[in-house]
Design a protein. Structure first.
Length: 416
């Protein structure tokens, strides 16, 4: 009888989890990382960063998860996921699912290292040679935004997200003062910003009219409405943007109510992307099954890890939707590394957001992925290919930061 073990290489004793710890560091911005170690000495990393709520996830891991990991077989990734999901009783939510994701990604990293294989090989091998990404261009006005889009094109980007200021608004969403990144969590308490939709709905179509005039129709252009519009406003914007053929309009209206997307779909064929604030397949289900969106953005760090996001991608594929992972700088290089392996494998890949991390972040998280010709390329190192220099990390202590809030000019609380 041939003993065909379904277990990963090495004995279960070698795979036994003997230690796990949370590392909080702030190289340019806060990141939370979980490190899991096995008896064999092989260790893995998972990202546990939730922008503005970092210590909530760190505490969840330290107080309610780590003790349950010690003694478990690191190779039992699915069973550990089910234990952490079903065993929590209070299931789902961004904190819980980010904590589960950190464990899941660390275990996949360990599996790859023990098997001597890069993550994409464990998932099913290459479906593509490169991963198309989009960069973040912004400007205080149309002129500045167009110049920034031109800079990204000159750097080889084939897809660019474009945001611009709105006359009369001091701090409009998505307009960055930094060169490549956009870091909105810049204060200990939420910064109050003022939002006004009418001016926004007027300038955004003019922005994309100018971008097409300046940069032609080949470059893929994207835009993020960041949950701020009512369904009818979102429908109007999606319709007004049709002549400029966007790759997608993101978070056009808050997605708790999928019916809002029915209304948008009745008025426009502009492709729609949603999901960076989702954390489980149940959040995504109605929008995907009713084909109300074209791209699902729920990514590995907030969507319960590789084990769960794989199920979301499969559901999306059933309904002809594609992945478009969230990839802002408040997701660590560990997430970007794992996401690139997923992007390299997943059959219904769409695009990967790539907001470049700062040099100090990249120094703390050495990695083997590379950017070339408008695309990212995952490495061939076993696992997800991202490390953590703990000595260097210790030089960047946590800084309390929260995301801004938005109010309408009359003081009404709105969606940031
Ligand atoms: C944005 C994010 O990248 C995006 O699409 O929605 O930058 C988002 O504002 C941040 O991740 C919030 O922390
Ligand atoms: Mg977004």
């Amino acid at each position: 009888m041939v003993n065909i073990s379904s277990e990963p290489q090495g004995s279960s004793r070698e795979r036994e989890i003997v230690a796990a710890r949370v590392i909080v560091t702030s190289p340019g911005r806060n990141f939370v990382t979980l490190r899991i170690e096995t008896r064999s000495g092989v260790w893995g990393l998972g990202d546990a960063t939730l922008n503005g709520r970092e210590l909530a996830v760190a505490a969840y891991l330290e107080q309610h998860v780590i003790a349950n990991l010690i003694g478990r077989d690191a190779g039992r990734i699915e069973d550990t996921w089910q234990f952490l999901y079903r065993g929590a009783y209070w299931r789902r939510g961004p904190v819980t699912m980010t904590a589960i994701a950190a464990v899941d990604v660390a275990l996949w990293d360990i599996l790859g290292k023990m098997a001597g294989l890069p993550l994409y090989r464990l998932l099913g091998g290459r479906s593509r040679e490169r991963v198309l990404v989009y960069g973040h261009a912004s400007g205080r006005d149309i002129e500045g935004a167009s110049a920034e889009v031109g800079r990204f094109i000159a750097e080889g980007y084939r897809a660019v997200r474009a945001q611009c200021g709105v006359p009369g608004l001091a701090k409009p969403y998505g307009v960055s003062r930094m060169k490549n990144a956009y870091e909105p969590a810049e204060s200990e308490l939420p910064l109050e910003t003022v939002w006004s939709t009418p001016g926004y709905l007027e300038i955004v179509p003019r922005l994309f009219e100018r971008l097409r005039a300046d940069h032609g129709r080949e470059v893929e252009l994207l835009h993020d409405a960041h949950h701020r519009l009512t369904p009818i406003e979102a429908a109007r914007l999606a319709r007004d943007l049709e002549p400029y053929r966007l790759f997608w309009l993101e978070d056009a209206t808050p997605a708790e109510n999928p019916d809002g997307f029915e209304l948008i779909r009745r008025h426009s064929v502009t492709p729609l992307a949603v999901g960076e604030v989702f954390n489980s397949i149940f959040d995504c289900r109605a929008l995907l099954e009713r084909q109300l969106i074209d791209y699902i953005r729920t990514t590995i760090v907030h969507g319960g890890g590789i084990t769960h996001v794989r199920r979301i991608a499969d559901l999306a594929a059933l309904h002809r939707a594609r992945t478009g992972f969230h990839g802002a700088t408040d997701l660590s290089p560990v997430t970007l590394g794992a996401a690139l392996h997923f992007d390299t494998w997943v059959p219904n890949f769409g695009i990967q957001e790539y907001m470049r991390h700062s040099d100090e972040t990249d120094a703390v998280f050495p990695h083997d992925y590379t950017f070339r010709d408008g695309c990212l390329h995952c490495g061939e190192s076993p696992g997800h290919g991202v490390g953590l220099d703990e000595q260097l990390a210790a030089r960047f202590p946590y800084k309390p930061r929260q995301l801004p809030i938005a109010r309408l000019p009359d003081g009404t609380m709105w969606d940031w």
